[in-house]
Design a protein around this ligand. Structure first.
Ligand code: MG
Ligand code: MG
Length: 247
């Protein structure tokens, strides 16, 4: 069931989104060669708690961290560790914040020091595919518009689009209906309504789109070992467009 949020619920999600954006900004400023993802995880936890909010991911279905820290060929749900980041790595950070019972969900891929042009282009294209996806979207648009545009944007540039994981509705629960795939037919899917809130999250690969689940039963990684990027925001569908709650 797709829930429509009222103004009180939307305001809670705006606040969650603001704290989440600040958390991601703090982490971005803390990424450098030698930094550890465990330290980034701690920084995120401390900041979210200091704002009177709660992390969405910690203990979600048993997930043991505040952030997902997915390195290089890891697509999503990477575990934090003591292993120092290296120059040339890319790190995808996914995080969620709960404010008064309502979630916001967002992800970014960041460079560690100087990275290859291939990885930089992958990060940029993944971000831009999100904006291509939401272009001209408003109440009355169909969900497939978003999915199709993300797919076309990435595939036209030669990138893989991960299919095993999708975006989702978000609100009182971290994962709500509908599923928001990053691939699909243009004129398909549910008709979007004012007050729907969606986490739209393209996940791309430098090589083939095939992925596997690591032994920890969480982390999803590319089969060919090539890099992956992730970009996600929580958005509100409005009469005239979309409001991005995590920017
Ligand atoms: Mg997320
Ligand atoms: Mg999400």
């Amino acid at each position: 069931m797709i829930t429509i949020k009222n103004n009180i619920q939307i305001d809670r999600m705006r606040k969650a989104g603001k704290i989440l954006k600040e958390t991601l900004d703090l982490l971005e400023a803390s990424i450098y060669p030698g930094q550890t993802t465990l330290r980034l995880n701690d920084l995120a936890y401390q900041y979210i708690i200091s704002q009177g909010a709660k992390p969405s991911f910690l203990n979600y279905e048993g997930f043991p961290y505040t952030i997902c820290a997915s390195l290089n060929d890891q697509v999503v749900h990477g575990f934090s560790s003591e292993i120092p980041l290296k120059e040339g790595d890319i790190i995808s950070i996914d995080c969620g914040v709960i404010w008064e019972g309502y979630h916001a969900d967002a992800a970014r891929t960041f460079p560690v020091g100087n990275i290859s042009i291939e990885k930089a282009n992958l990060i940029e294209a993944t971000k831009e595919s999100f904006f291509a996806g939401i272009k001209d979207i408003k109440a009355g648009s169909r969900l497939g518009h978003i999915s199709h545009r993300i797919q076309v944007y990435l595939e036209e540039r030669g990138y893989g689009v991960v299919r095993e994981l999708v975006g989702h509705g978000v609100g009182e629960k971290l994962h709500e209906d509908p599923c928001v795939p990053n691939y699909g037919k243009y004129n398909s899917g549910v008709v979007l309504q004012e007050g729907m809130t969606l986490a739209i999250e393209p996940m791309s690969t430098l090589g083939k789109r095939d992925v596997y689940l690591e032994d920890n039963d969480w982390t999803v990684t590319t089969v060919d070992g090539l890099a992956s990027a992730h970009y996600e925001n929580t958005v509100l569908i409005t009469k005239d467009g979309v409001e991005i709650l995590t920017l």
